[in-house]
Write a protein that binds this ligand. Structure first.
Ligand code: GLN
Length: 258
């Protein structure tokens, strides 16, 4: 399958095309050892992204560390919505609260050459990873990062605030797949007793820092849109819209500062 192919590419340094062209190529002893070590870790339910140390998101490659979530394909919806909402905004300013690997902010900056932005994370390790990713993608001239909670101490106003905050109810963490439960950072998953702790802090902060007409776009868990909608209404945000993923689950929510 795909995992096996990616492991062989990782061990040999071959591209996918090279692998298809030379299916009979014999592995060196060192390569064979790497393949068997990686395959063993995968068999023990370690995610391939953790074994490889990097993962693709929105067509770009992101390095990972122990304190960053593995970027999920559903989260690309946040990027797509952001790109759409910023169409026609000159030199937009973006903030990504809880940036992790920096994948949402950096994908936006890559797609929007006039944009610049700030990513925050409570983890200094995550901030280091995000900075490394910004440099590797040649986006470090337009991306800054700060170690802080959500938007604490972040000055300035933004055209777009994005976030994939932790939203899993504390009591549900134990029931997640081992790939997630044992390998994603708990702080990036655990949304507190009812799952809404991060939204309660982030939404009022974002409302304060948005320019009039600016947008907040966040990922949510399935079934969380009613509660998040009322938190958005509580701080006076308008034009609330929601997006479902391919499985039909509520996945993103957006709202505008009047
Ligand atoms: N989508 C993640 C999961 O698979 C949760 C990420 C989050 O809490 N933001 O559990």
């Amino acid at each position: 399958g795909l995992d096996a192919r990616l492991i062989v590419m990782h061990a040999t340094g071959m591209t996918h095309v090279e692998l298809l062209r030379e299916p009979e190529r014999i592995l060196s002893p060192g390569e064979a050892e790497t393949v068997s070590r990686c395959a063993g870790r995968r068999a023990a339910r370690e995610p391939l992204a953790r074994i490889l140390g990097h993962w693709n998101f929105f067509g770009l490659e992101f390095s990972l560390s122990a304190e960053t979530l593995v970027p999920r394909p559903e989260t690309e919806m946040v990027v797509e919505a952001g790109i759409e909402l910023l169409a026609g905004v000159h030199a937009p300013l973006i903030a990504d609260a809880g940036t992790g690997s920096g994948c949402i902010l950096l994908a936006l900056l890559h797609a929007l050459p006039q944009a610049s932005g700030t990513g925050t994370d409570q983890s200094a390790v995550a901030v280091d990873t995000a900075r490394k990713n910004a440099r590797a993608l040649g986006l470090d001239g337009r991306a800054r990062f700060a170690t802080t909670n959500w938007l604490d101490g972040i000055n300035g106003v933004f055209d777009l605030v994005v976030s994939n905050p932790p939203y899993v109810m504390s009591g549900d963490i134990a029931g997640l797949e081992p790939e997630v439960r044992l390998h994603d950072p708990p702080a990036a998953l655990d949304g507190g007793r009812d799952g809404f702790d991060a939204y309660r802090i982030l939404i009022p902060q974002a409302a304060e820092r948005l320019k009039p007409g600016g947008w907040l776009v966040m990922e949510t868990g399935s079934g969380q849109h009613n509660m998040v909608t009322s938190l958005l209404q509580d701080v006076g945000l308008v034009n609330i819209g929601t997006g479902r993923d391919m499985a039909g689950h509520e996945r993103i929510i957006q709202a505008q500062k009047p």
